[in-house]
Design a binder for this molecule. Structure first.
Ligand code: BTX
Length: 324
C-alpha cells in the first residue's frame, strides 16, 4: 500500500535513527493509529522495528525477506525491474517468466522467487534453489537484436552480476565462459538464457539468474558442496538479497543501454576484464565432443576461440569448460 511504501521510505531516509510516530504521521499524511497499524504489519512480515517511548520508531535492520515493495523501493532504473513479481515458492522462475512473456509482459519484467522446487540449469540439469537463501530470478527482455547475437546477452548478464556482487560485497568474482560466476574457484552464480523467437525475430529473451547468497556449507547438497559457494560463506556475514537484486537491475540496464548504442565491443572488454578462462589450457565438453587447447578469447559474437594442439583454431558455441 502507499502508506507502507511511504513508511519504508521514511525509515530508509532515517538511516537507522528514531523517528517519532507524530513525525511519521505528519510526513506520510495519515493518523498515528494508521502508522501503528502499518508498523505491526511490517513486523509480521519479518521487519524488525524497535519502538522506544519518547523517541519513536526505528527500523533495526532491513528485513532479509524479499518482497516486491522492498525491491521496488531502492530501484535506480527506468525499465529493468520496474515490473516485479515476487513468489514465495515456484517450480522455476523461468517457467513463470515464459508465461508472463507470452501474455505480453514488458521489457525488463522481473520474476523473483524465495524458493524453486524445480530450478533448472542448462541441458535439463538441476539448479539447487533452497528457500530464503538465494536469488532465483528471471528477467524478460525484448531487445531489438538479431537472433544470432542472443548469446552475447549471457555474457552481458555475467558482467552485470559481477558488478552487482562487487558493489555490495567488495568481492570481485570471476567469470568462467560462458555462464558461471565463481569466487575462489567455486560457483556462486549460474545464468541460463532462453529465447522465444519467430522465424529470425526475437520475441523475448528470458534470462535466468541464480545467485547463492546466504547459504552455509551444510545447506548445499552433497553433490555440489565441493563446487559451490555463497556470498555469506565468502564474506562471513549475511548479505542483503534485495540490495543485490537492485544493483543487478541497475547494471543490466546500464550495460543494455551501452550494448544497444555501441554494440558488443565495450561489453566484450568488460567481460574480458573479469574472465578467468582466457589464456589458459582448457577442456571444453560440447554436444559434438570434447576439445582441448588454449582458450584464446572470445570473438565479436561472444563465441569462444580454442587453439588446439595441432594449431587449428575452432569456435566453441556452448560447452562446459574445465580449466587445467
Ligand atoms: P549449469 O548447467 O551451468 O549448471 C548446473 C550445475 O551446477 C548442476 O549440474 C550442479 O552441478 C551445479 N549446481 C546446481 N545448483 C547449484 C547451486 N545452487 N550453486 C552452485 N552450483 C550448482 C547454470 O546451469 C544456470 C542456472 C540458472 C539458475 C536460474 S535460477 C532462476 C532461473 N530459474 C531456473 O529454473 N533457472 C534459472
Amino acid at each position: 500500500s502507499n502508506v507502507r511504501q511511504a513508511l519504508l521510505d521514511a525509515f530508509k531516509h532515517a538511516d537507522g535513527e528514531y523517528i517519532s510516530g507524530e513525525k511519521l504521521a505528519q510526513t506520510i499524511g495519515c493518523s498515528r493509529t494508521a502508522i501503528w497499524k502499518h508498523i505491526e504489519e511490517l513486523k509480521k512480515d519479518g521487519f524488525q522495528v524497535e519502538a522506544v517511548r519518547k523517541k519513536g520508531y526505528r527500523l533495526v535492520t532491513p528485513s532479509n525477506k524479499l518482497s516486491e515493495d522492498e525491491i521496488y523501493l531502492g530501484l535506480q532504473t527506468e525499465t529493468i525491474g520496474r515490473s516485479v513479481y515476487f513468489y514465495e515458492s515456484v517450480s522455476s522462475t523461468q517457467k513463470i517468466a515464459k508465461e508472463y512473456a507470452m501474455n505480453g509482459a514488458n521489457h525488463g519484467t522481473l520474476i523473483v522467487a524465495d524458493e524453486q522446487t524445480e530450478g533448472r540449469g542448462r541441458m535439463v540439469r538441476k539448479w539447487h534453489s533452497p528457500k530464503g537463501t538465494g536469488i532465483w530470478a528471471s528477467f524478460i527482455l525484448r531487445p531489438d537484436i538479431q537472433l544470432q547475437h542472443a548469446p552475447q546477452l549471457t555474457l552481458l548478464t555475467a558482467v552485470a552480476v559481477v558488478l552487482a556482487i562487487k558493489d555490495v560485497t567488495n568481492i570481485i568474482p570471476e567469470i568462467k565462459w560462458p555462464n558461471d560466476i565463481l569466487i575462489n574457484g567455486r560457483k556462486v552464480c549460474g545464468i541460463l538464457t532462453e529465447l522465444q523467437a519467430e522465424e529470425d525475430r526475437i520475441q523475448s529473451v528470458i534470462i535466468g539468474i541464480g545467485i547463492n547468497v546466504n547459504q552455509s556449507t551444510e545447506n548445499f547438497s552433497d553433490d555440489i558442496q565441493m563446487i559451490a559457494t555463497s556470498l555469506k560463506i565468502e564474506l562471513e556475514q549475511t548479505v542483503n538479497r534485495t540490495e543485490i537484486i537492485q544493483k543487478l537491475c541497475y547494471y543490466l540496464e546500464q550495460l543494455l543501454n551501452l550494448y544497444i548504442s555501441e554494440g558488443f565491443p565495450p561489453i566484450k572488454r568488460l567481460w574480458e576484464t573479469y574472465a578467468i578462462s582466457i589464456g589458459k589450457q582448457i577442456t571444453a565438453r560440447t554436444l559434438k565432443g570434447t576439445f582441448e587447447g588454449l582458450a584464446l578469447g572470445i570473438n565479436d559474437e561472444g563465441v569462444l576461440l580454442l587453439k588446439q594442439a595441432n594449431g587449428e583454431i575452432i569456435e566453441i558455441l556452448s560447452a562446459d569448460i574445465e580449466i587445467k
